[in-house]
Structure formats: structure tokens, C-alpha cells
Write a protein that binds this ligand. Structure first.
Ligand code: IFM
Length: 476
């Protein structure tokens, strides 16, 4: 018998959080010593973002963080995942820290702790200091060493109060959207450089983990957040299965291979041979990357459906990662992406909670014993206030309900999922899409920056306070 909808309960210690990232919400890009990151440069380059929008003000969280924390507390959230702007802390990407930059995060953490909300810090959510990109960016090995230095600085400053640490958010996007398709900063379209970037991001994770642990109390947890793809083949045809395998290597194996198992898959080396010889993987790198983790963060939105490309078929790419004439997938011109069937969000991403269950179970097998967190999950919809100024978003409630049920089902199936961070707390700057895609549980009026919790925020807050999913039709 299917479980009655209103009785889906979570373990008492389950963390109910929301997530954001620095460039998407902070604004204040020229304050207190902060210098440009690659996203400042990219978003101010004509033609790179929808309507030329940028994060100069974003949702002004830098000045409104106290109100935002108060809102989280009123909703009943137990945890908040945010990222640190590297160029606020180290304006040139190297050398001593700017204390004014760190002080902002000290104040934010203190405010969260005072309200009983657990902070989770992400060190890198895509905003590389521009000076480091000018020196070559992630395709250069030096950037990994610079990241370790930065990790140590932030660990020293906040490690006494923040227990949950995430080194990198979605390194796939940094490497392959940033240096492959160029739809993200720094906007380079160099397949070989995208694979070098992936390796140096892995190295940065490993060196950063070691640096954090050298300065933080042992009780703290170090993880990273992967946007691992759930890759499904269009058919059981061997060519389609091979296409799915290739994308799985390029989306997942390229990161979890070295991080969890200390090796890159042989099939990845073989598939990428036309593009790179991997000579930048130096002796000792794989051991440096393969640091024991305390947890793994999974970000999930939608699955991918792939097949072998048919020579006579061409058409728009359907891999959901923005439009570019360049592919983010190196050496994969023989793979075609298909739209998965079903209802879609404003991003065009299919709503499919079964993918989240599948992903969790995969990592339960891939990394037995490693606690998992869903560090991002959510949906963009075309939310608008009604005549009374209230924002009703029943589609988002249904989305959250479906995906949280999938998480609960995975726990029942033996997965050790410890928490869930809704993406996102607030409507914000959705990268190349500017402000037109609203992922927030809290609506932001971009002309006044006024915040209005949507009905999904109240629904999710109730789930957080009770540990049980309210019925979807609950009017809150
Ligand atoms: O907004 C992004 C976030 O920065 C990283 N993960 C996906 C989200 C939605 O696209």
C-alpha cells in the first residue's frame, strides 16, 4: 500500500536547510576591499548574460544578512549553506587575508548561531578572483595551490564556529561550462583546458581538504558538492549504452573517480585521448586528491537522457546547460542529448524525483558508509505576487514534496542521508540567465529588494519544524 501522503516523517536529527552562493546574492562587489571575480568580468561583458544582468547589487544580502537570517529563523530552518567570496577575503587570490572581508562572514556565522541555525560553508562556488584567471585560471596547477592557501585562511577564521565545510560546489560547471562551452565565466571554449581545469579542481579539493584539517578542530566535517548526473541511455542498444557510459565518465567519474577512489576511470582516459594526454596528472596527485571525506554533498535537479549521435540527425542540444555552439562535453560529438519526458520547470528541466532516489542509491553503493547530504535541490517557476501581495507557488511545493519523498524512500532503502538544502533560500542571480529564473522559496521584488516568503517557504518551514512533510494541498 502506498504511504499516506501526510505521514512522511524524517529521522529526528535530519537537517532542514536552504542554500545560496555569494555572487548570486551578496552584491556589494566593490566594498571592504573586494576585487572582481571572473563572474564580475563575465557578467559585465556584453552578450554574456540575459539582459546584461550582473551581481553588482544582486539581492543586497551583504547589507541585509541580519534580516535574511531572521527570516530563516521565523520559517524554522535548521541549517544554512552559503559560500564565501574568495576575492572578498584575498583580493588578489594570494597572500594575507583582508580582515574586513572575513568579518562579514564572522558576523553572518554569529548571527546564524545566535538563532540556532547551523552554518555550512562552501569555499568555492565559481567566483575565482580575476587575478588568478589572468594568470591562467583553473587549467593552471598553481590555482590549486592558491585555493589551498585560501582554504586555510577561511578555516582558521571560521573553523571554531562552523562545523560543516564544503570545498567546491559543482566542479563540473566550473570546468566544463567555464572552459568548455563558455556559457559560464570565464567564458573560454577550449576542450583540452576544460579537462586540465577538472584535474586542478580535483587537486584543489584534495589540497584544500588537507589545509582545512590542519587548522580546524577534528570534529568538523569536510565534504564537497557534486552535481553528479543521472545519465540514462535512450535504449539498450550497445551504442546508446556506450554513449551513456561516456557521459557518465565525463560528468561523474572525472570527479568521483579520483576523489573517492584515487583514480581516473580507464574508460575516461580512452574516451578523451583525442583531446588530452593527461600529462598534467603528476606523481602524487591522485593520493593528494583521494583524501578521506566526512560526507558527500549531492546536488540534483533533473536526469539526462542520451544516445549515440546519428550522423543524419542534428538539432538543438538538450543537455540543459545553456546554449552555446560549443559543447561542454569534450570528445563527445558522437553523443546526442534528448529531452526527458514529463513536466518541466522554467529552466526546461524535467521534474523527475526518481532521479534523486537513483543518485542517492548510486553513491550509497559507490561510497559505502559515507554520510550524504542533498546540498541543492529545487526548481525555478514564474512566480508572481497576487493582488494581496502573496506569492503562491503550488508547483514548487509539489516539486519539493516529490523530491523529499524520494529522499525519504532512499533512507528507508538504507541510504545515510543526513540533510537537505533547498535551492534556494531567495530568488537570486541565476548566472547567464540573469534574474529571470526564480529559484527562491522567498520572493524578491528586484525594484525594492523586499522579501516575501512564497507559500513553499511556509510549507518547507513546517516540514523543517515538524520533521514531517505537510500535505501538498495544505494552505499555509
Ligand atoms: O543557481 C545554481 C547554483 O548556483 C548551482 N547549482 C544549480 C543552481 C540552479 O541552476
Amino acid at each position: 500500500m502506498p504511504e499516506p501522503v501526510s505521514s512522511v516523517s524524517f529521522p529526528p536529527a535530519f537537517l532542514w536547510g536552504a542554500a545560496t552562493s555569494a555572487y548570486q546574492i551578496e552584491g556589494a562587489v566593490r566594498e571592504d576591499g573586494r576585487t572582481p571575480s571572473i563572474w564580475d568580468t563575465f557578467s559585465h561583458t556584453p552578450g554574456k548574460t540575459a539582459g546584461g544582468e550582473h551581481g553588482d547589487i544582486a539581492v543586497d544580502h551583504y547589507h541585509r544578512y541580519r534580516d535574511d537570517v531572521a527570516l530563516m529563523a521565523e520559517l524554522g530552518l535548521g541549517a544554512y549553506r552559503f559560500s564565501i567570496s574568495w576575492s572578498r577575503v584575498q583580493p588578489t587570490g594570494r597572500g594575507p587575508a583582508v580582515q574586513r572581508g572575513l568579518d562579514f562572514y564572522r558576523r553572518l556565522v554569529d548571527e546564524l548561531l545566535a538563532k540556532g541555525i547551523k552554518p555550512a560553508v562552501t569555499l568555492y562556488h565559481w567566483d575565482l578572483p580575476q587575478e588568478l584567471e589572468d594568470a591562467g585560471g583553473w587549467p593552471e596547477r598553481e590555482t590549486a595551490y592558491r585555493f589551498a592557501e585560501y582554504a586555510q585562511i577561511v578555516g582558521e577564521a571560521l573553523g571554531d564556529r562552523v562545523e560543516q565545510w564544503i570545498t567546491l560546489n559543482e566542479p563540473w560547471c566550473s570546468a566544463f561550462l567555464g572552459y568548455g562551452s563558455g556559457v559560464h565565466a570565464p567564458g573560454r571554449t577550449e576542450p583540452a583546458a576544460s579537462l586540465r581545469a577538472a584535474h586542478h579542481l580535483n587537486l584543489a579539493h584534495g589540497l584544500g581538504t588537507t589545509a582545512l584539517r590542519s587548522v580546524m578542530p577534528a570534529r568538523n566535517s569536510v565534504a564537497l558538492s557534486l552535481n553528479s548526473s543521472v545519465v540514462r541511455p535512450l535504449s539498450q542498444d550497445p551504442a546508446d549504452l556506450a554513449a551513456a557510459r561516456k557521459i557518465d565518465d565525463l560528468a561523474n567519474g572525472v570527479f568521483h573517480g579520483p576523489i573517492l577512489h584515487g583514480l581516473y576511470p580507464e574508460s575516461l582516459y580512452a574516451a578523451t585521448e583525442p583531446v588530452t594526454d593527461w600529462s598534467y596528472v603528476l606523481d602524487g596527485d591522485l593520493a593528494a586528491i583521494n583524501q578521506p571525506l566526512d560526507a558527500l554533498g549531492l546536488n540534483y535537479y533533473s536526469p539526462s537522457l542520451v544516445s549515440a549521435a546519428k550522423p543524419d540527425v542534428s538539432g538543438p542540444r538538450a543537455d540543459g546547460h545553456g546554449s552555446s555552439e560549443y559543447s561542454p562535453w569534450p570528445a563527445a560529438d558522437d553523443v546526442a542529448f534528448h529531452q526527458t519526458p514529463g513536466e518541466r520547470t522554467e529552466m526546461g528541466w524535467t521534474v523527475d524525483p526518481t532521479g534523486l532516489h537513483e543518485l542517492i542509491m548510486r553513491y550509497t553503493r559507490e561510497a559505502p558508509g559515507l554520510p550524504l547530504y542533498i546540498t541543492e535541490n529545487g526548481a525555478a517557476y514564474d512566480d508572481k505576487p497576487d493582488a494581496d501581495g502573496r506569492v503562491h507557488d503550488p508547483e514548487r511545493i509539489a516539486y519539493l514534496h516529490g523530491h523529499l519523498r524520494a529522499v525519504r524512500r532512499a533512507i528507508a532503502d538504507g541510504a545515510d542521508v543526513r540533510g537537505y538544502y533547498l535551492w534556494s533560500l531567495l530568488d537570486n542571480f541565476e548566472w547567464a540567465y540573469g534574474y529571470e529564473k526564480r529559484f527562491g522559496a522567498v520572493y524578491v521584488d528586484y525594484s525594492t529588494l523586499e522579501r516575501t516568503p512564497k507559500s513553499s517557504a511556509y510549507w518547507y518551514g513546517k516540514a523543517a519544524r515538524t520533521g514531517t512533510l505537510p500535505a501538498v494541498e495544505t494552505e499555509l
